[in-house]
Design a protein around this ligand. Structure first.
Ligand code: TNX
Length: 538
C-alpha cells in the first residue's frame, strides 16, 4: 500500500464518520453526502456553494477525458458546455501533494464554486475521475451543479471484471459495446468474454474455420445464433481499450465442448448422461444431448475433449495460439469448470497441458477454480472462484491452491454477484441454483477478504461479476439482470473493505445507488427498479 492510499483511507474514516451523521455546516444546514458508486477511498463534502454547470462552463485539458465528460454531461443535462466561463479542468499528473508517485488508476477531484479540477495519476485514473464527476452532476433548481467536494480515490483491487456469456445466447458487437459503456461508469476494467460452450463457438478462427461455420447458428431454445469475425473482435478490443478495459477471452475446455464435436467429431467424447442432466431436462425441457447434434438445452457437464489424443493438443495450440495473437491483454481464460464428464486424473493432466500451453504463448492463463485440483498447473495460472460466499464442497481448497502456486485469485461468488441469478422469484429471467433469488442486499453484503480463509487482499487479484445467458437474450435483459446488482460488485472490487468507513454499509450503498437512477436512465440503462433501493427521479 502506498502513502497516498494510507492517507486516503484515513481521510475517509474521518470524512465519512462526519458525513454519516450529516453535521450542520456553518449556516446550520445539513450537509448532504454526494452519492458516488463505487464508494471512493476518501470523500469530504464541505457544504460550501456548489459549482454551477451551465452552457458557459469551459471544459479543458486532456482531449480524451474532455470528450468522455462531454458525453456524460450531454446525456445527463442535454447541454454541451463550450463556453469561456468557470472551468472544469481535466489533467494527468502522476505526482502527489507529498511528491511521491500516485497509485495506478487513482484520481483526485477538487470542486468548489469557482472551479472543478480532476487530476488523474494516469489516463485511466483521469477517466475514472470523469466517471465520478458524471455521478456528481445534479439538478439545482432549473439548472445543474456539482457539489463542493474533495475526493481522493484509488482502487482496492487491480482487476475489476464483468463477464458476458455470448455462447448460450449470442450478443453482437453493439450489445457488447453497450455493456462496456455501462461497466466503465462503475470503474470496471476487464471484460471477460465467454466465447465457446456446448451450444456454439462464437469467434471465427482461420486455423479452425469449421468451429463457427458449423456451430455458430445454434443457441439455447433454438434462438438465433451468431459469431464474431476477427475484425469484430479487434473492434471490441479497441473499443474496450479506449475505455481503459482489457478483454479476457475464454474458450472453455475440456468440458463445455459439445459444439467442438460438431465441427471436429474426432476431438470430443460421446456425451456423458448423468442424473443431473436428466434432471435439468425434466425441469427446463429440451432434449438430451446427442453426439453430432446441436445442443439447445441448459444442462452442463456432459461433454469432454479427448484427453489422451494428441489431436486435442494440436487443436488447443491452434485455437489458443490464434487467440493469443489477437489479444493484447495479458490473460487467456481456458475454462476448466464443470468437467463432470471427465475423469479427475485426466482433468488434472489436461489442465496442466492447457495452462502450460497458454504460458508458452506468453499469456497468463486464467481457469475456473476446479483447476486448482491439478497439481501440475502452470504456476502463473490465476484462479476464478465461483463457489458461494461461504464455501462448500472443498471449493475453497481448490481456490487456495492457486495462491499456493504463487498466482492470484479472482472472486466471483455465485450467491452474491452472479448477475444471471433471479432478482425476483416471479421474473422470467434468470436461474436460481445459487441459493435462490439474489437480492441487491445479498449482492452487496460480502467482503472479499472474508470469502476464503487464509486469502487476503495481497492474494486477491480482484472481483468479477459473471452474466451467464441461458435465459438472457438481448441488451434489455442484460440491463435488467445487471443493474443495480452490478454496482455491488463494482464496490467490492474498487472500494475500501467493508467496516473501514461509513460509506461501506448497505444503508449508504442503497441510498447512493438510488441517486444514480436519473443518470442511468439518461444513459439508456433499463435497470430493474428494485424495491430495495430508494430511487431518486431527478
Ligand atoms: C455455472 S459457474 C456455470 C455455467 C452456467 C452457470 C449458470 C461456472 C463456471 N459455470 O456453465 O452457465 O452456472 O448460472
Amino acid at each position: 500500500m502506498n502513502g497516498r492510499r494510507i492517507a486516503a483511507v484515513a481521510a475517509v474514516t474521518l470524512a465519512v464518520a462526519l458525513a454519516a451523521c450529516a453535521p450542520p455546516d456553518q449556516n446550520g444546514d445539513t450537509v448532504t453526502v454526494p452519492s458516488v458508486v463505487p464508494a471512493p477511498a476518501a470523500l469530504e463534502a464541505s457544504g460550501a456553494a456548489p459549482f454551477a454547470l451551465t452552457a458557459a462552463t469551459s471544459v479543458t485539458g486532456d482531449p480524451d477525458a474532455v470528450s468522455a465528460l462531454a458525453g456524460l454531461i450531454g446525456a445527463r443535462t442535454g447541454m454541451t458546455p463550450a463556453g469561456t466561463g468557470p472551468a472544469i479542468e481535466l489533467r494527468i499528473d502522476p505526482s502527489t501533494d507529498s511528491g511521491t508517485e500516485a497509485a495506478a488508476e487513482s484520481y483526485r477531484i477538487v470542486a468548489g464554486e469557482a472551479s472543478v479540477a480532476v487530476t488523474g495519476a494516469d489516463a485511466a485514473g483521469l477517466f475514472y475521475g470523469v466517471q465520478t464527476l458524471g455521478q456528481l452532476i445534479s439538478r439545482d433548481g432549473e439548472g445543474w451543479s456539482i457539489p463542493a467536494v474533495r475526493i481522493d480515490d484509488a482502487p482496492r483491487f487491480a482487476y475489476r471484471g464483468v463477464m458476458l456469456d455470448v455462447a448460450r445466447h449470442f450478443h453482437g458487437v453493439d450489445t457488447v459495446k453497450a455493456y462496456i459503456d455501462r461497466a466503465v461508469t462503475l470503474k470496471f476494467n476487464a471484460l471477460h468474454l465467454h466465447l465457446s460452450d456446448d451450444q456454439a463457438w462464437r469467434l471465427h478462427l482461420d486455423s479452425r474455420p469449421e468451429l463457427t461455420a458449423v456451430t455458430a447458428g445454434n443457441a439455447i431454445g433454438g434462438d438465433p445464433g451468431g459469431f464474431f469475425t476477427k475484425s469484430d473482435y479487434a473492434e471490441l478490443v479497441a473499443y474496450a481499450s479506449a475505455r481503459h478495459m482489457i478483454v479476457v477471452p475464454e474458450f472453455d475446455t475440456p468440458g463445455h465442448t459439445h459444439a467442438v464435436g460438431l465441427a471436429y467429431p474426432e476431438l470430443v467424447e460421446a456425451p456423458v448422461l448423468s442424473e443431473h442432466i436428466a434432471e435439468v431436462v425434466r425441469v427446463y425441457g429440451g432434449d438430451l444431448p446427442t453426439a453430432g447434434e446441436p445442443y439447445q438445452g441448459m444442462a452442463v457437464g456432459f461433454s469432454s475433449l479427448r484427453i489422451h489424443d494428441e489431436a486435442t493438443y494440436d487443436f488447443l495450440a491452434d485455437v489458443f495460439g490464434e487467440l493469443a495473437a489477437m489479444t493484447p491483454g495479458p490473460y487467456l481464460h481456458v475454462g476448466g469448470d464443470e468437467a463432470l464428464g471427465t475423469d479427475p486424473a485426466d482433468f488434472a493432466h489436461f489442465m496442466e497441458r492447457v495452462t502450460t500451453l497458454v504460458e508458452r504463448l506468453g499469456k497468463t492463463p486464467v481457469a475456473w477454480h476446479e483447476a486448482g485440483s491439478a497439481p501440475g498447473l502452470a504456476p502463473t495460472t490465476v484462479g476464478q472462484y465461483w463457489g458461494f460466499v461461504t464455501p462448500t464442497d472443498g471449493m475453497d481448497d481448490k481456490a487456495r491452491a492457486f495462491v499456493a502456486h504463487g498466482a492470484g485469485l479472482i472472486l466471483s461468488p455465485a450467491d452474491a454477484i452472479y448477475l444471471d441469478m433471479k432478482h425476483s422469484a416471479d421474473s422470467p429471467l434468470g436461474l436460481t441454483w445459487a441459493n435462490g433469488v439474489t437480492s441487491v442486499e445479498r449482492a452487496y453484503a460480502w467482503e472479499p477478504s472474508d470469502v476464503i480463509a487464509g486469502i487476503d487482499d495481497a492474494d486477491i487479484l480482484g472481483v468479477e461479476a459473471p452474466m451467464w445467458t441461458e435465459t438472457i437474450r438481448d441488451l434489455g435483459d442484460i440491463d435488467e439482470m445487471a443493474f443495480p446488482r452490478i454496482a455491488a460488485a463494482a464496490e467490492a472490487g474498487w472500494s475500501p473493505a467493508t467496516g473501514t468507513g461509513g460509506l461501506r454499509t448497505w444503508e449508504s450503498f442503497r441510498t447512493r445507488v438510488g441517486a444514480l437512477g436519473p443518470l442511468w436512465t439518461s444513459l439508456g440503462i433499463a435497470f430493474h427498479p428494485s424495491t430495495e433501493i430508494p430511487w431518486e427521479h431527478e
